[in-house]
Design a protein around this ligand. Structure first.
Ligand SMILES: NC(=O)c1ccc[n+]([C@@H]2O[C@H](COP(=O)([O-])OP(=O)(O)OC[C@H]3O[C@@H](n4cnc5c(N)ncnc54)[C@H](O)[C@@H]3O)[C@@H](O)[C@H]2O)c1
Length: 223
């Protein structure tokens, strides 16, 4: 059975990485329009780079939780693809092997001019850090207003899923939230979130609880 898992910031909350929709639209105290848009980067590159430097340092100090691990273990019995809105690498560290990052990755940087130049990066990035062609490096993050290059690949996976598991997302950030519409009518949907934005129905089973307890329950229901 092919299982496609859509994850959002909520799955990493119990690892210690805050969601921002739960904090009045602030991401670790910052206005997202300042730190997560191309305009914000143009206005104050040093502030934006430092914001992601902090997120990167924080990421290197936290660990995957039970929910990440349960999804990785699901690969032993099913064909599992994870489509995540998260920029952390906690799914990979838990052992998942097929992870699509819709919104980019904190542990990579790219050239601010040539989008094809993408490299692994664990250190801070500062104004003046350049790619080999002399252009400023920027976080490999899809900012609000930018295209989502992995979207078509993600749609193909959702279309061919036998079951969909959605974990820790407000389903408010498009185009990620629209992915569920591509699921086949025959595919059951399981949704885990302590403040679910979707109601249960014939097709959708909601587990209104945290990821670490809800994901193992949802997996049990998958059979
Ligand atoms: N860890 C990360 O990589 C990270 C963290 C924050 C924000 N972001 C970026 O910002 C975008 C939007 O972020 P957002 O925070 O508004 O996410 P979001 O809109 O997907 O909302 C977070 C959801 O997580 C749920 N949640 C909170 N605690 C939970 C728990 N313990 N278990 C399960 N669900 C829980 C909330 O009820 C909410 O529905 C993301 O798509 C991502 O690109 C990434």
């Amino acid at each position: 059975m092919k299982i496609v898992v859509l994850t959002g910031a909520g799955i990493s909350a119990e690892s210690g990485l805050k969601t921002f929709r739960d904090s009045n639209g602030l991401w670790e105290g910052h206005d997202v329009m300042q730190v997560a848009t191309p305009e914000g980067f143009k206005n104050d590159a040093a502030l934006v780079l430092e914001f992601y430097n902090q997120r990167r340092r924080q990421l290197l100090e936290v660990q995957p939780n039970n929910a990440h691990t349960a999804l990785a273990q699901l690969e032993a019995t099913h064909d599992v693809t994870i489509i995540t809105q998260n920029v952390d690498d906690l799914h990979e560290r838990a052992g998942s092997t097929a992870v699509i990052h819709l919104h980019g990755e904190l542990l990579k940087v790219r050239s601010s001019v040539n989008a094809q130049y993408i490299v692994d990066w664990q250190q801070d990035v500062c104004v003046g850090d350049m790619c080999p062609n002399g252009h400023q490096l920027r976080p490999h993050i899809v900012w609000f207003g930018e295209a989502v290059p992995m979207l078509d690949v993600a749609i193909d996976h959702v279309e061919s899923a036998d079951a969909l598991l959605i974990v820790g997302t407000s389903m408010q950030v498009y185009p990620a939230a629209g992915l569920v519409q591509y699921a086949s009518n025959h595919a059951p949907i399981y949704f885990v979130d302590p403040k679910p934005s979707i109601d249960s129905s014939n097709r959708i089973t909601v587990f209104a609880e945290k990821a670490t307890t809800g994901v193992p329950k949802a997996i049990e229901r998958l059979g």
